[in-house]
Design a protein around this ligand. Structure first.
Ligand code: NAD
Length: 294
């Protein structure tokens, strides 16, 4: 069983750390927020005073932090590489920009560590139920070592390629999701104007060429998919603010790489507008309200 230092015990990190404990691993955790540290302790995570204490004697360090600057700050400024043995495996599960992910790999390699970026998909529900999808970037050696741990927190683990490939897969996937949710929402709003019922549109589109996940798993109107957040006032779910974050990361990556993504750019603007008008915490499928003009 591994000795794991887990840094960032928020909405996602807390349950993920708890699932590692459930699988028999020894997890020492740290978080800037005492409430999150206390909640993780209830899941069997040993609370550490600081990053160096959490990392002492660890075989693996997992980070689950808000943004690229946080991962880089932990890697570059916390003294963590001095607190662990050479060859320790660093797994960054945060969703961050591709450039920071590659820098994190470089910092780890320079310090003699193994590393992978491994963002996740599946939300807080997936983190609780250990059913996340994990998309990893890094060397095969690092991935092979990480895989059994990733399988403790998720049901699907994919090695996407070299350093940063996990983040690339995450933002490409979420760009598809953001754009397709807007397309599905526009179709339902057009149907309403044309007097076509939600059920009729769903029955046709879900078995025709308009079929997509945003329609069949996350339908933005109540009724056709009983488990979609639309049936519960768009709560809980995948917050619009997080969709804005991921679409902005996709746009940064598109600008840096020269990819042309006009629909991704428009989706980023529309979700930002939606989030700024009081919907930051609502599930992203609530964008249908803005499209209706409300
Ligand atoms: P969160 O804000 O709930 O948790 C982040 C935690 O990191 C906080 O508890 C914060 O106190 C802690 N933290 C920040 N800097 C720290 C530091 N230097 N040392 C120790 N702790 C520190 O966020 P979350 O929802 O758990 O998301 C974490 C990551 O997962 C983000 O990158 C997010 O984009 C990604 N993600 C979130 C979801 C979701 O549905 N919430 C889904 C997929 C991916």
């Amino acid at each position: 069983m591994a000795k794991i230092a887990f840094i960032g015990l928020g909405n996602m990190g807390g349950p993920m750390a708890g699932n590692l404990v459930k699988k028999g691993h020894e997890v020492r955790g740290v978080d800037l927020a005492k409430a999150n540290l206390d909640a993780a302790a209830k899941r069997g995570v040993v609370a550490a005073a600081d990053i160096a204490e959490a990392a002492q004697g660890a075989d693996v360090v997992i980070t689950m932090l808000p943004a690229g600057k946080d991962t880089i700050s932990v890697y570059a400024k916390s003294g963590i590489f001095e607190a662990v043995a050479k060859g320790t495996l660093f797994i960054d599960c945060s969703t961050i920009d591709v450039a920071s992910a590659r820098l994190a790999h470089e910092l780890a390699a320079k310090a003699g560590m193994l590393s992978i970026d491994s963002p996740v998909s599946g939300g807080v529900g997936g983190a609780e139920a250990a059913t996340l999808t994990l998309m990893a970037g890094g060397t095969k050696q690092a991935f092979d070592k990480a895989r059994p741990l990733l399988e403790c927190v998720g049901k699907k683990v994919v090695h996407c390629g070299d350093a940063g490939a996990g983040q690339a897969a995450k933002i490409c996937n979420n760009m598809i999701l953001g754009v397709s949710m807007i397309a599905v929402s526009e179709a339902f709003v057009l149907a309403e104007k044309l007097g076509l019922s939600h059920d009729a549109l769903f029955e046709v589109a879900s078995t025709s060429s308009g079929q997509c996940w945003a329609l069949t798993s996350y339908c933005p109107v109540p009724g056709p998919v009983p488990a979609s957040p639309a049936n519960n006032g768009y709560k809980p779910g995948f917050a619009s603010a997080l969709m804005v974050k991921d679409l902005r990361l996709a746009q940064e990556a598109a600008a840096a790489s020269g990819a042309i993504t006009p629909l991704g750019a428009l989706a980023a603007q529309l979700f930002a507008m939606h989030a700024n008008h009081g919907a930051a915490g609502a599930d992203f499928s609530s964008i249908i309200g803005m499209i209706r003009g409300k």
